[in-house]
Design a protein around this ligand. Sequence first.
Ligand code: COA
Length: 396
Amino acid sequence: MPEAKSNADALLKSVMDNKTPESYSPGLEGVVAAKSKLCSIDGAAGKLYYMGYPIEEVVNGSATYEEVAYLFWHGRLPNVKELEAFKDEFSKLRTLPQQVMDFIKLLPHTCHPMDALRTIVSLLAAFDHNPERSPEANLNRAIALTVRFPTIVAAFHRLRQNQTPVEPDPKLSHAANFLYMLFGEKPDDTTAKVMDVAMVLHLDHEMNASTFSSLVTASTLSDMYSAISAGVGTLKGPLHGGANEAVLKMLLEIGDPARVETYVDDALAKKKKIMGFGHRMYKAYDPRARLLKEYARRASEKTKASRLFQITERIEEVMIQKKGKQGIFPNVDLYSGIIYHQMGIPTDIFTPIFAIARVAGWTAHVLEYWQENRLFRPNALYIGPAARKFPPLAQR
Ligand SMILES: CC(C)(COP(=O)(O)OP(=O)(O)OC[C@H]1O[C@@H](n2cnc3c(N)ncnc32)[C@H](O)[C@@H]1OP(=O)(O)O)[C@@H](O)C(=O)NCCC(=O)NCCS
């Protein structure tokens, strides 16, 4: 017993000794918070790998969202037969319980779609009657949640416009079916392919803020729905997934490539951030932005979005000139908005599309973390008053 006490004392002392200004890392920058086999980033070189596969090869090799989600959940790529069976399973789960649809109808039409999504993810927990918490049961939850994200977003979008939700089409891919449920029309192959690429590029990104918040929640041995609701809430912020919405607002506000330089100078002088630039991990061009830029260029050539593309290219040029030396380059959110905009998708659906893609990543990380779970419980550097006497109410 005395030995156990001295071990505990030693542990406590090491924690207290570590609470120094030197060990404090604001925003946990540089802190390694978990081990993972799923995704890695070489920020200096601007490289991203999904389980060792370079993102350029994944995208240019025409991997579909379903294929990459399978990779993240099973730790290996599927063969033709496995992929067919998986897609079949995937598409069958798209329909939401009727009571959940009824609940979506009750949401105010003014509600942000990210608030709607977060609320409905949480509600889905109430309709999961399976007490089983095994890895298999949790994998099934991961798959069902991922499959249902597009149904939730599309249903809410249609209902807020007083339109009837569109029944999912099991013959369509995950990306094509989302566009079909959103607009009530089947997308052409090119549009469906571009949406699929955007979803593959957003599927995972190592220990980003929303993945981390999902893991913090999961680490208490709470449940998959709580973990994923936390992820959705975290993604919403403009420093994270909300940036794609902010980028399009900025482009529309600028309105003309000739006004870009003045806009950027003015914003930087006021210490304002230019949305779609900068990244905690990348100090080089974000490889996802490089890939999306080409899709945005092609999509813009034939549409009215070409002016927005010109403005974006000009912002990129000006920002790299002014901020490139500081390691601030385009990130994934710079070009995604133009792509969604030219598809006719409203701006407030941009971040939900990010969530629709990222949920496979969140759930894969949660499943992986639960294999060797440890409660997240960091420390704070106390900077308040020293220990002092508590004054009774009458003496204050
Ligand atoms: C993503 C982001 C939060 C990461 O930043 P971070 O690692 O926390 O770094 P900081 O916010 O502390 O920024 C470090 C420096 O770069 C500057 N900076 C970073 N991003 C910038 C941007 N987009 N525009 C202008 N300056 C920027 C900061 O002003 C700061 O400058 P300072 O040292 O002179 O004060 C940040 O780059 C940002 O806010 N970008 C805009 C939002 C966005 O596009 N988010 C999507 C990310 S995928």
